[in-house]
Design a protein around this ligand. Structure first.
Ligand code: PLP
Length: 439
């Protein structure tokens, strides 16, 4: 197959996809792949689920698209109710969009418009973490702490104030508690240096995704950020585009830490790969202030269309019926244990981190010194290719000079069984053995 017209294809070795079922994808040559990363950590309920296909086809037979300023739709109302229900707190307003980046843009704009409407127009700066990933549109990119993606556009995007993300693997202090105190202090100093009355919000992924390979934070860190937002009058914005919708063994990762955000973004697992749908959720009092000032000046054509919402509803139905949140927690623990055992066999696996079925491996040249591979070695690409050749898909990320080593995410669909995990581990074992033979 020739692919001259496709902008994003970088090589011609790419297999051509044929079909999928559950955790498996087949290419047109008949090769089977275990989807060990749910595509881009997206297909949370697995591929070709009959419940979703039926719900989508029923909705298509009624109406695919209606515009949100012309009609309400029952599926949009029901999906919003479900989301309010599963966030279990004060996030009682839902704004639908089509992608994670759009959800993050919506969060930034809602925060800024809220402060304009509350007579605090100076509050327009955001604090975010480095490393981090928040999306590819200019606003979301400005929050992103990942230089290779962000640097080419710095002249036209508005960079947030970057503060270090806690690194529970490579911290320099005597212990984790001290490290958390240091990063919280750095965050507070950044707020004070910029002027506390200019900060609109702190934005973070509660459990790191693509940019950090599943980096974890601690409860005290999350409580510390919540306290900083409360002390300085800015908003806590959780980007759960990747970590949300059951990926970590709870509906949302922030629910592990006993604190609540003011604004939440979610995406990937909501449509689970069946249709693009994402959402921004916010506390009612924020939205009320914005509504009084004339309404939220933002929106996208496809946002909240009936087909998207019917898909999201069917995905949540499957999550509940098949108890995928508890499976994510149970199989995530099993996967983590098996990865720990794998690391005992392979010196190149430096760190294993994550929660639920969001697990990451950081690759190192030397386990004792934690020295990463040089960027030119492209360790992330090599291990991903070796795994793919053996029929296993994993999600790679290049190292960040001085900030982190190369890493890969192991994030299978939440339907995964222990037997599936055993197969994933065995294929990873073979792949790492081959990786360690490369000189
Ligand atoms: N935020 C996070 C945490 C993400 O992981 C991503 C995508 O990977 C995005 C935002 C952007 O989402 P999208 O690619 O759907 O625009």
């Amino acid at each position: 197959m020739t692919n001259n017209a496709l902008f994003y294809l970088t090589n011609n070795d790419m297999p051509v996809v044929s079909h999928a079922n559950g955790i498996y994808i087949w290419d047109t040559q008949g090769h089977r792949y275990i989807d060990g990363c749910s595509g881009a950590i997206t297909c949370n309920i697995g591929h070709n689920h009959p419940t979703v296909i039926q719900a989508m086809s029923e909705q298509l037979n009624k109406i695919a698209f209606s515009y949100r300023t012309q009609f309400e739709s029952q599926v949009a109302i029901d999906l919003a109710d479900q989301l309010v229900n599963i966030t279990e707190g004060d996030l009682d307003k839902v704004f639908f969009v089509g992608s994670g980046s759009e959800a993050v843009e919506s969060a930034i704009k809602l925060a800024v418009q809220y402060f304009v409407a509350s007579s605090q127009p100076k509050r327009s700066k955001f604090v975010s973490l480095s490393p981090s990933y928040h999306g590819s549109t200019l606003g979301a990119l400005g929050l992103t702490g990942y230089e290779p993606l962000e640097a080419p556009y710095r002249s036209i995007s508005i960079s947030s104030i970057k503060v270090p993300s806690p690194d529970l693997y490579r911290y320099k202090e005597a212990n984790i508690e001290e490290h958390i105190t240091t990063v919280l202090k750095q965050t507070e100093n950044a707020i004070l240096t910029a002027g506390a009355d200019t900060i609109a919000g702190i934005v973070l992924e509660p459990v790191g995704g693509a940019s950090t390979g599943g980096r974890m934070v601690t409860k005290r860190y999350m409580e510390g950020l919540r306290a900083l937002c409360d002390r300085y009058g800015c908003l806590l914005i959780m980007d759960e585009v990747l970590s949300g919708m059951g990926r970590t063994g709870k509906w949302f990762a922030y629910q592990h830490f006993g604190i609540a955000p003011d604004i939440l973004t979610l995406a990937k697992g909501l449509g689970s790969g069946y249709y693009p749908i994402a959402a921004m959720m916010a506390r009612k009092e924020l939205v009320d202030v914005v509504d009084l000032s004339g309404g939220f000046m933002h929106g996208h054509t496809y946002a909240g269309n009936p087909l998207a919402c019917a898909t999201g509803l069917a995905v949540i139905d499957v999550m509940n019926t098949e108890q995928l949140i508890s499976n994510s927690s149970k199989q995530g623990t099993y996967l983590h244990q098996q990865l720990e055992l794998l690391a005992l066999k392979h010196n190149c696996i430096g760190d294993i981190r994550g929660i639920g079925l969001l697990q990451g491996l950081e690759l190192v040249q030397n386990k004792i010194t934690k020295e990463p591979y040089p960027p030119s070695f492209n360790a992330f690409e090599k291990i991903t290719t070796l795994a793919k050749k053996r029929g296993l898909l994993i999600y790679p990320r290049r190292c960040l000079n001085g900030l982190a080593g190369d890493h890969v995410l192991i994030t299978p669909p939440l339907t995964v069984t222990s037997e599936d995990i055993d197969e994933i581990i065995s294929l990873l074992d073979e792949s790492f053995t081959a990786f360690e033979q490369i000189k």
